[in-house]
Design a protein around this ligand. Structure first.
Ligand code: FES
Ligand code: FE2
Length: 426
């Protein structure tokens, strides 16, 4: 693939080479994986307790004693900033009789269970057991809270319930080389919302793993992106596709006026659409050139990104449940979590991050807010996806559907299922 160079500098640091297309066959994908309680239990035993999972952002817990509780399936995990600046994670459960200890996020000098006031230091060790003399058997035979594996990458905190999991960077490979150039640590979180959706977590992952549905449920985007025949790359576990933004789909004709989404993208970069006399399909390259030239003046450092990344959606799946719409100026991150007991429900976590300008003060990130489906708009495009998903899930239960019939534009779904089956089995 050739790389457009607009200034003679080397903007090729981020890998854009096409990975070899895997031969994954054309078998139907079993729908039982989406609806079976038995498969859901296997996913817990063989997937969720084996992989690395996103916990929170480093700037959710900047100071020693700051904590953040997250959940996965039936487990809650307490992530805490330590006195030495490191981050550790524990099962959020009191070793007395099992009460959940901390809720949400905040700052604490110690983690005190409200039931009988067993108290734990921020490093998880026992701090106080009231009336200890009434436990002739002594304290539980451990130093304190049960710890889980925890590590950080590019401003994000990950944990794993698998004590033998491989190092985080090995698990993420090769994505750190792709995503480090975006410098997520220079971005600030501006949205943190959880919505309970009436579908399996994989129904949601699938919905973002293909661009085939754009012509179906996002017709307005045909006047903003190229959805057909895009570059798809599948790696060991993870995958991506590269969607050209600020252009027109091959499915639509050139327009006489610039579509409003394209104009909006220009205005966001302080490029005046009135000064542009080319066609809509020519805006993408022009905007790349504009951002390359004017980014430094606006305090926006794009120096580690290639030109396509200045406009396009580099769209990644970090297996199993993180969807990243990665852009030069922002990151739209989805975390898809299973319901603890019901394969027909899930939790959709949506986070938005915005690149800070040089010298711009870092605002405090918003706290998470949780909603039921339909209680909050997630923006037109995600609302369109969300509206559609319960119908897909209900259809999976129909005797009229033998299984999922997957085409080449949905290769990432097929690849996802291969990796899933490698963990969970057929
Ligand atoms: S359950 Fe926590 S102190 Fe009793
Ligand atoms: Fe969509």
């Amino acid at each position: 693939m050739t790389i457009q160079r607009v200034t003679g500098q080397d903007f090729t640091k981020t890998p854009i080479d096409k990975a070899p297309t895997p031969d994954l066959g054309y078998e139907m994908i079993p729908k039982e994986r989406y609806i079976s309680a038995d498969y859901m239990r296997k996913e817990w035993d063989r997937l969720w307790t084996k992989v690395w999972l996103l916990g929170c952002r480093e700037d959710d817990i900047p100071e020693p004693g700051d904590y953040h509780v997250t959940s996965i399936g039936p487990e809650e995990i307490l992530i805490a900033r330590q006195a030495d600046g490191s981050v550790r994670a524990f099962y959020n459960v009191c070793l007395h009789r099992g009460n959940r200890i901390m809720v949400g996020q905040g700052h604490a000098e110690s983690f005190k269970c409200r039931y009988h006031h067993w108290d734990y230091n921020v490093d998880g060790t026992f701090r106080d057991i009231p009336d200890r003399e009434t436990f002739p058997q002594g304290a539980p035979p451990c130093s304190g809270l049960s710890e889980v594996r925890c590590d950080t990458w590019n401003s994000f905190v990950f944990f794993s319930l698998n004590p033998d999991v491989e190092p985080l960077l090995d698990y993420l490979d090769p994505l750190p080389a792709h995503l480090d150039p975006y410098h997520f640590d220079r971005m600030v979180k501006i949205m943190d919302v959880t919505v309970e959706w009436d579908c399996n977590w994989k129904t949601s992952v699938d919905a973002f793993n293909e661009s085939y549905h754009v012509q179906g449920i996002h017709p307005e985007l045909l006047y903003f992106l190229d959805d057909y025949d895009i570059q798809i790359d599948c790696y060991d576990r993870h995958s991506r596709y590269l969607v050209p933004f600020v252009t027109l789909s091959k499915r639509v004709r050139e327009t006489t006026e610039l579509p409003h989404l394209i104009k909006h993208a220009m205005q966001e970069a302080e490029m005046d659409p009135a000064d542009f006399d080319g066609q809509a399909r020519e805006v993408r390259r022009a905007l790349q050139q504009w951002k390359r030239e004017h980014g430094p003046r606006l305090g926006l450092d794009y120096s580690d990104l290639n030109d396509d990344q200045l406009t396009d959606d580099y769209h990644y799946l970090i297996f199993p449940n993180l969807t990243l719409n990665t852009h030069a100026d922002d990151l739209m991150l989805f975390r898809q979590r299973p319901h603890p007991t019901d394969p027909d429900k899930m939790y959709f976590d949506m986070y938005l991050f915005r690149l800070l300008k040089a010298g711009e003060e870092r605002p405090d990130p918003p706290r998470n807010a949780t909603y039921k489906h339909g209680e909050i708009s997630l923006g037109l495009v995600v609302d369109q996806d969300a509206y559609n998903l319960p119908g897909v899930q209900r259809g999976m239960h129909s005797n009229g559907l033998p299984g999922l019939w997957i085409g080449d534009q949905e290769l990432r779904i097929r690849h996802f299922h291969k990796v899933l089956a490698d963990y969970v089995g057929e």
